[in-house]
Design a protein around this ligand. Structure first.
Ligand code: KG4
Ligand code: ZN
Length: 352
């Protein structure tokens, strides 16, 4: 069978370094994630064993604005970056020379934020003469499922984050294709907008999830978009929630927020899990993996794991590896999914 490794060259001495799931020696990757509002650094051994995982969250800063302010985020990353790197070395007891390669998220994300992490990783790679590996943030979310597990392709991944909603068929460590995608809002975006609508503070998703647990999920029937088999759409759902709230306010004088939250969560979780199941069945794949910040959602996880009753092997990262973190970036660099190893690699805000 073909071996899955890649030979990287170090920047100065051009020493060859083998990285990948079939590499001969242990591979220790230090990765940095700074695509949005978390500054994170991690060290992961052989793509699955976390030796250090440090996350500095900016939630408190952005709370006062009700959302992430890109300029402020970039400045906060600058303040935190050296601290998270130092903390990761301390947690692991390792030194820069013990590291096999340095990795960072290249995109998609906020340009100013990405630049901070990318340049820090490049600087480390150059200073210590180690390979640099650029990582795609979406791949990284999927690769979070490799951490502490024996997950192997092929599998179908449901990726739900603040900016993306996709179903991905992961054929091998290196090869994957998107089989379904949203045509408008991402799931996390829908959560954040509906949360704001019912008066919940940033970050909307987790707050709405918490509130939904108190409510009656069958209180209101919300519409599931009628779109193609390979499409999602959530902007109509958001409008339906707005109209429901306006009607309830008029009729009852106030909106029963907990029931609205629970009904919204029921509708969205049903849509997502149903589509993932249909695609896995039609592809004949018996392994499923959940990924992205919204994979932390309690009801989506519950419904997803229920698929075990239908004979599926189901994976979902623990909470700390669902939302943005650097361990998943290190895993992605190791498994070589869509990586970029050019030191001149620039950041990108969107997937082209
Ligand atoms: O993956 P992520 O950390 O950042 C992006 O790459 O976008 O995802 C952030 C998104 C936000 O929209 C946030 O509200 C949502 O994930 N989120 C949740 C939960 N935890 C985070 N949404 C619903 N329920 C949760 N428990
Ligand atoms: Zn993310």
């Amino acid at each position: 069978m073909k071996k899955i490794t890649k030979i990287f060259k170090t920047p100065f001495t051009e020493k060859e370094v083998e990285i990948g799931p079939d590499a001969q020696s242990d591979v220790l990757i230090m990765a940095i994630e700074s695509s949005c509002d978390e500054t994170a650094c991690a060290i992961v051994k052989n793509g699955r064993e976390v030796l250090a995982n440090v996350v500095a969250s900016q939630i408190k800063t952005h709370q006062q604005f009700g959302g992430v302010v890109p300029e402020v985020a970039a400045r906060e990353h600058m303040e935190a970056i050296n601290l998270v790197i130092a903390e990761a070395f301390q947690q692991s007891g390792l030194e820069p020379n013990d590291i096999t390669a340095f990795a960072a998220t290249v995109g998609p994300g906020l340009v100013g934020s990405l630049l901070v992490g990318l340049n820090a990783a490049k600087a480390l790679a150059i200073t210590h003469d180690k390979p640099f590996i650029g990582v795609n943030h979406l791949n990284a979310h999927v690769c979070a499922n490799y951490i502490d597990t024996d997950l192997k392709p092929p599998f179908v991944a449901l990726l739900v984050s603040g900016g993306h909603t996709q179903i991905i068929k992961v054929n091998s460590y290196l090869e994957q294709n998107i089989v379904a995608e949203t045509i408008d809002d991402a799931v996390g975006e829908a959560y954040d907008k509906v949360a704001r609508l019912i008066g919940l503070p940033y970050p909307g998703g987790p707050n709405l999830d918490k509130m939904a647990k108190e409510g009656n999920k069958n209180a209101y029937k919300l519409p599931q978009a009628r779109v193609g088999e390979n499409e999602f759409s959530f902007s109509g759902l958001k409008t339906a929630v707005l109209q429901l709230c306006q009607r309830l306010k008029k009729e009852l004088g106030e909106v029963p927020k907990v029931d609205v939250a629970a009904s919204f969560q029921e509708c969205i979780s049903e849509t997502l899990v149903k589509k993932a199941l249909n695609i896995a069945e039609s592809e004949g794949i018996k392994t499923l993996a959940l990924a992205g910040g919204v994979a932390a959602n309690s009801e989506i996880r519950r419904k997803f794991f229920e698929l075990e009753n239908k004979g599926f092997k189901v994976f979902a990262p623990p909470m700390k590896y669902c939302t943005d973190n650097a361990s998943m970036v290190a895993a992605s660099a190791y498994f070589l999914a869509n990586t970029m190893d050019d030191l001149t690699q620039e950041v990108f805000s969107r997937v082209k």
